[in-house]
Design a protein around this ligand. Structure first.
Ligand code: F6P
Length: 500
């Protein structure tokens, strides 16, 4: 059932009207309320009290989720029902965090491979060639877990722009470089084109594919046909969506960098969130409550975008990763029955690390006409800093900045005499904090956002697991490359077809 057909939607619309009287500067001093809206999940502390909701709104949001049968849909997902309706496919990324995985042949194969590569020290550089979820997931986890990286250096090539691979290969030598063709479909143009360039680069030193290429893919046959050896193809279930695939062999660059014990800790952090998500009642179910808040802010308070601000420099790619996760999952216009949505789904997801964001778009967040709800992510302790001088003070100030910003957004500072200095406040923010960034925490954080994405998708009544919207551009690219049907294209195209 799409949101507009949920029996609680009209109640929430009227509550949204009356919620205009709500003031965060009152709500946040109601300590009973705050206690009810603060949660612990694995190593994460999640504080929802900075959202413009009161008990009445929360109860009706919970009723909305019940009416949408979200818990039933979550169980169907976990049981492997084909809930990716348009592709008649199950959704199986949760299986990758279950203990049973460690008994599977595929796990033992990749486990042995990673240990051999790390022990042999044969490769100084790993080059991950992939795009979308085959790039953003591994890049985000690799960057976040820098202090845990004691293996080969990993580089990421994603874009078709040849400067991307050229800049990376200028740092590598053929004899000590291993390429990962990271592609679920093994058909993505950007990835295959870059893989050919890598092959040519190796050929300059007569290095064979078999010794320098491996692949993470769901399309084993295509990888073998390309020339990858059977032993170097690490395949995974087609039910694992690209943006949900970091846990699969798509995470191979991270496994090589941090080792399998740390990667198992990464998986364990996700499993804690999964067990909570699968087994906890709606009113205490953190990902589901955060999915409800996505819907409350997007559809009832009518805020069209949502910001993600990690106060942890090593999470610098996290906003882009979650941008793909949420917007490629929920950027849809029809419901699961193919009917047009009469209420929009996904907000625009965007963000940047703090403090940097404070010197970039926080002006908009504080004084823009539109309110942008944000999630502020805070690592309370620094990890892996090797510096002289008072770097602890720097981290203390980083945390204080994060809190100062959410307080300023909440309470504002009214100034009727100088309107340009007036801060209306009442701008919602969720605070997610944890001690020090480690594999377990990063696993929990990513799994949390996966489940927020899935919960809100169930509430919107859409299929969060396909991505047909990326196909038309690819089709036109193929036509232009072959100079087919040019009469269908705008005249402006001509000058670009002859560009050098
Ligand atoms: O953007 C479309 C998409 O299919 C993403 O969902 C996916 O993460 C990316 O392209 C790369 O796909 P593949 O892993 O199949 O190369």
């Amino acid at each position: 059932m799409q949101l507009s057909k949920n029996p609680y939607t009209h109640i929430l619309k009227s509550l949204a009207e009356s919620s205009k009287k709500l003031k965060l500067s009152n709500l946040l001093f109601d300590q009973e309320r705050s206690k009810r809206l603060e949660f612990k999940l694995g190593g994460l502390n999640i504080d929802l009290s900075g959202q413009l909701i009161d008990d009445d709104i929360l109860q009706n949001l919970i009723a909305l989720a019940n009416a949408a049968e979200v818990k039933k849909k979550i169980s169907e997902l976990d049981q492997g029902n084909p809930i990716n309706f348009s592709e008649k496919c199950k959704v199986s990324h949760l299986d990758l965090r279950k203990k049973a995985r460690f008994e599977q042949k595929s796990w033992k194969k990749i486990n042995t491979f990673v240990k051999d590569i790390r022990q042999s020290k044969k490769f100084k550089n790993i080059v991950n060639i992939g795009i979308g979820g085959s790039y953003l997931g591994p890049l985000t986890a690799y960057t976040a877990l820098k202090p845990f990286c004691d293996g080969p250096t990993v580089h990421f090539v994603s874009n078709l722009d040849p400067t991307s691979i050229s800049d990376v290969l200028s740092l590598c030598e053929q004899e000590t470089t291993l390429f990962i063709i990271n592609s679920k479909s093994f058909t993505t143009g950007e990835t295959l084109h870059n893989a050919e360039l890598a092959k040519s680069w190796l050929k300059k030193k007569n290095i064979l594919i078999k010794n320098s290429f491996v692949s993470a893919t769901s399309s084993k046959v295509k990888a073998l046909a390309w020339g990858i050896d059977e032993e170097n193809v690490f395949d995974f279930d087609v039910g694992v969506g690209g943006r949900y695939s970091i846990w699969s062999p798509v995470g191979l660059p991270v496994m090589l960098a941090i080792g399998m014990q740390n990667f198992k800790s990464f998986l364990a952090g996700a499993r804690v969130v999964d067990e909570h998500f699968l087994n906890t009642d709606i009113k205490e179910n953190v990902p589901l409550l955060m999915g409800l808040i996505r819907v409350w802010n997007r559809n009832f308070l009518e805020h069209s975008s949502h910001g993600i601000i990690p106060y942890d420099q090593r999470l610098s790619f996290f906003p882009s990763f979650i941008q793909q996760l949420e917007m490629e999952s929920n950027g849809k216009k029809v419901d699961v029955n193919g009917e047009n949505l009469t209420m929009p789904a996904s907000p625009v997801i965007w963000g940047e690390v703090g403090n940097n964001a404070q010197h970039s778009f926080f002006q908009f967040l504080h004084q823009g006409k539109e309110t942008v709800p944000i999630d502020v992510l805070i690592a309370l302790s620094p990890s892996g800093v090797s510096l002289d001088g008072d770097w602890e003070e720097s981290h203390k100030r980083l945390v204080i900045n994060a809190i100062a910003q959410v307080e300023a957004l909440a309470h504002g500072s009214l100034n009727s005499c100088e309107p340009h200095k007036d801060f209306q406040g009442n701008r919602p923010a969720t605070i997610i904090s944890w001690d020090a960034t480690d594999p377990f925490t990063v696993g929990s954080l990513i799994a949390l956002y996966e489940s927020i994405t899935i919960s809100s998708g169930f509430l919107w009544g859409i299929n969060s697991f396909d991505q047909w919207g990326v196909e038309l551009g690819k089709k036109l690219e193929r036509q232009l490359l072959k100079r087919e049907n040019l009469e269908q294209f705008s005249p402006r195209v001509a000058k670009f077809l002859n560009s050098k």
